[in-house]
Design a protein around this ligand. Structure first.
Ligand SMILES: [Zn+2]
Length: 418
């Protein structure tokens, strides 16, 4: 299996698929379309059914059912083709380190960079495996091309192994996950699945079914601009200065991403644009619980009110909008997608474990839209940076575990329609 999977992975990471938040198109960048078209061709070549690319670039395909039981739920596997805008994905030169010796790894194109088990402790479990890194000037893109390679290999194996009994399986590759638009233009009816999994996680055994609930806030401060020489006489109100006061007034010690962990949420300023006339501060608010998220909204609104009271001549407006919600609110009502993943992992010798996601996944939105979608491991580590790495054997384990998972679903039944 390994060479097919590895060859695939190496082929996919060499296509620059960085997404771009400022783009208005879908996919946001043409490189993503190149990879999506490649996947469509490869799915066609392996004789997958219903291979289709939608006008927004989503690639879907079917692996026909092999069981005669008619009410088996249809399950789907997702992976996203884009890489993070935070780190260059252009000209990725993947390097395979066979039989990793457990020590520090150097990078051919960046002598100062070291991948060290002291700062990347997950490496200790990778001794003896075959690792892939980039060459030191780009990210690798295993987030989420490890997932793409796993799903493609899974599709091929299921198509070839007709003895394995399972229901209809759907495959879906999506663009623009990293800029939060991964499922915006997805037609769930066309996909036609009852449950799904994103393959976009870390170490073998990892299952994520709890994510943050998320709001975004934008605070606009309108000041009054004058020439500095008559600022006192004409009553200048400096919005840039007020933006600084706003940030300083936030309870950073207990409510920032850099001071919190585990189940704690935060208020995080992501961008400040400011002049005398106007300043705009953007925030993301995060918490696992809705009550905690409401508290973060109250704190930010309170700080804005306080700032307004301290400078009545300014006009301060705080606008908050919903982003996504913790998928656990829905999954707790029907834990089968999680329970079956745990059972499949255990059946292939892995120790299943839950990993809280201090962020969102495409599955957060999908689950809220009615398609329960936990996230499963595919071997990604140190994503969005130069030190990204993946072990080939971990990707293989994901294929084996998902094959088992597909098989386990055949014992389940679709809810009877009314
Ligand atoms: Zn990802």
């Amino acid at each position: 299996m390994s060479d097919t999977l590895l060859t695939r992975f190496l082929r996919y990471v060499q296509i620059d698929t960085q997404s771009d938040e400022t783009s208005k198109t879908c996919p946001s960048t043409p490189g993503q379309l190149l990879l999506l078209e490649m996947l469509k061709r490869e799915l066609g070549a392996m004789d997958a059914g219903d291979v289709k690319m939608t006008k927004h670039g989503y690639v879907m395909a079917s692996i026909p059912a092999t069981t005669r039981k008619s009410d088996v739920p249809t399950i789907a596997f997702f992976a996203h083709v884009d890489t993070s805008p935070d780190c260059s994905g252009k000209g990725v030169k993947p390097i395979v380190h066979r039989n990793y010796d457990g020590g520090a790894l150097k990078f051919a194109d960046n002598p100062r960079l070291v991948l060290d088990p002291a700062t990347s402790p997950e490496l200790s479990a990778a001794k003896g495996k075959d690792l892939v890194t980039a060459s030191g000037t780009t990210l690798l893109g295993s987030d989420d091309k490890a997932g793409v390679a796993v799903v493609m290999t899974l599709a091929e194996e299921l198509l070839q192994n007709t003895k394995l009994k399972h229901g209809l399986v759907r495959i879906c590759f999506t663009p623009d996950e990293e800029i939060g638009r991964g499922v915006e233009k997805l037609d769930l009816e066309m996909l036609g699945a009852e449950a799904a999994y994103t393959l976009d996680g870390g170490s073998p055994g990892e299952i994520s079914w709890e994510t943050f609930s998320a709001d975004a806030a934008e605070v606009t401060i309108n000041g009054l601009s004058t020439h500095p020489m008559e600022a006192r006489a004409k009553g200048m109100v400096n919005a840039a200065y007020l933006a600084g006061k706003l940030l300083a007034a936030l309870p950073r010690e207990r409510y920032a991403p850099e001071t919190t962990g585990g189940r704690e949420g935060f208020i995080h300023p992501t961008r400040v644009d400011g002049r005398v006339e106007q300043a705009v501060v953007k925030f993301i608010l995060r918490d696992f619980e809705l009550a905690g998220l409401a508290e973060k909204r109250r704190i930010l609104q309170g700080v804005c009110r306080g700032l307004q009271a301290s400078e009545p001549r300014a006009a301060i407006r705080c606008r908050i909008r919903k982003q996504y919600r913790n998928m656990a609110y829905w999954l707790r009502k029907d834990m089968r997608p999680v329970a079956l993943a745990r059972e499949a992992f255990a059946a292939v010798g892995l120790k299943p474990y839950d990993q809280l996601v201090r962020g969102g996944t495409d599955g957060s939105r999908l689950t809220e839209m009615g398609l329960p979608t936990p996230n499963l491991f595919c071997g990604e580590h140190n994503a969005h940076g130069l030190l990204e790495w993946v072990a080939v054997q971990d990707m293989e384990l994901a294929v084996t575990a998902c094959t088992k998972l597909v098989e386990l679903w055949k014992h389940e039944s679709k809810p009877r329609s009314l």
